[in-house]
Design a protein around this ligand. Structure first.
Ligand SMILES: Nc1ncnc2c1ncn2[C@@H]1O[C@H](COP(=O)(O)OP(=O)(O)OP(=O)(O)O)[C@@H](O)[C@H]1O
Length: 267
C-alpha cells in the first residue's frame, strides 16, 4: 500500500526526516506515534505528494512518485486533518459536507444523484452522525465534526484513510466515542487501510496492528504494536521512565516519578 525507502527531507538546512523507511501492507492498520515536531505531518505530506523528499523513493498504491500523476493517487487517499476542518464553511449542512467528499470538493457544487445521498446517509449512520444531516457544520461540536469529516472521506471510496490527530480537542467521553466509531470502521470487510496519527499512546486501539514510532525525524522503531508499546521500549522512546498499564487491550501511559537526587547527584 505504502512503501517509503530511505527517505530524507530537509528545509533551510534542517533535517526534518532522516533515512526513513516504512512499509504498509494490505490488511494492516497503522498508528504513527511521535512527539511534537517528530515529522509526522511531513510523512503525511510526502504520502499525499504535497512535498517531495530530496532523497529516497516513495511508492503509494503502486504509483512511484516522480513517475506518476499525483492527483490521481490523491483520489485514492482520504485525509481527515485539522486543516480540512477549517476549510469547511459554517453554513454547510452535515449532509452536504459528506456529499462533497464524492467530488473531493470543499462545498457542494455538483448535482448529486439519489444514490449519492443514500450512500452519504449510510456512511453517516456508520459514523453515528446521521442525525446531523440537516445541522449546520458551524454549530457542530468537535467530535461531531470529526464524524462528519470521516464520513465525507469515505464517500470517495479511498484505499487509504489517514486520520491526523482526530481526537485533538475532544473530552474523554467524546474521544472514547469517536475511537469506538473508528474501531467499527476498521472491522468492516471493505475498510480502507487506516493510518492513525497521534501524540497519545492510549488512543492506539487494538485494531492498529502496527505502529511507527517517530523521533526527531527518524524511525525509532516500527512493527507490531504489541511489541512496541512496552514499558522498556517506550521509556527509551520518551527518554524518560514511563509506566505502562494495559486495559481493554489498550496501553495507558504515565511518567514515573523521578527519584530525587541531592546536590551531588547521589540518591
Ligand atoms: N517548511 C519547513 N521549514 C522548516 N522547518 C520545517 C518545515 N516544515 C516542518 N518543519 C520542521 O520539521 C519538524 C517536523 O515537523 P512536523 O510538522 O512534520 O512534525 P509533527 O510530528 O507533525 O509535529 P506536531 O505533532 O507538533 O504536529 C518540526 O521541527 C518543524 O518545525
Amino acid at each position: 500500500m505504502i512503501l517509503i525507502q530511505n527517505v530524507s527531507y530537509y528545509r533551510n538546512q534542517k533535517d526534518i526526516l532522516k533515512d526513513v523507511s516504512w512499509r504498509v501492507e494490505k490488511g494492516q492498520h497503522w498508528s504513527i506515534l511521535g512527539l511534537n515536531g517528530s515529522g509526522k505531518t511531513t510523512i503525511l505530506d510526502i504520502i499525499n505528494g504535497y512535498i517531495f523528499p530530496q532523497y529516497g523513493q516513495v511508492e503509494v498504491l503502486g504509483n512511484f512518485f516522480g513517475k506518476s500523476y499525483i492527483p490521481n493517487v490523491r483520489k485514492e487517499i482520504g485525509l481527515v486533518s485539522s486543516s480540512l476542518q477549517h476549510k469547511i464553511k459554517d453554513y454547510e449542512t452535515g449532509l452536504s459536507v459528506v456529499l462533497s467528499g464524492k467530488f473531493a470538493s470543499i462545498g457542494l457544487w455538483e448535482a448529486v444523484e439519489k444514490e449519492d445521498v443514500q450512500q452519504a446517509l449510510k456512511f453517516m449512520q456508520l459514523l453515528g452522525c446521521e442525525h446531523l444531516q440537516d445541522e449546520e457544520y458551524g454549530v457542530l461540536s468537535q467530535g461531531e465534526r470529526q464524524r462528519v469529516l470521516i464520513a465525507r472521506a469515505l464517500m470517495a471510496n479511498p484505499k487509504i484513510l489517514i486520520l491526523d490527530e482526530p481526537c485533538n480537542g475532544l473530552d474523554l467521553i467524546a474521544r472514547e466515542e469517536l475511537l469506538g466509531v473508528i474501531n467499527t470502521l476498521s472491522t468492516k470487510e471493505d475498510s480502507p487501510t487506516l493510518i492513525y496519527v497521534t501524540h497519545h499512546v492510549e488512543e492506539i486501539l487494538p485494531c492498529f496492528t502496527h505502529t511507527l514510532l517517530l523521533k526527531k525525524g527518524e524511525v525509532f522503531a516500527q512493527g507490531p504494536s504489541k511489541e512496541l508499546l512496552t514499558e522498556e521500549k517506550l521509556s527509551k522512546f520518551y527518554n524518560r521512565p514511563v509506566s505502562v498499564q494495559v486495559e481493554q487491550n489498550r496501553t495507558w501511559l504515565a511518567l514515573k516519578a523521578e527519584e530525587k537526587k541531592n546536590s551531588f547527584g547521589i540518591l
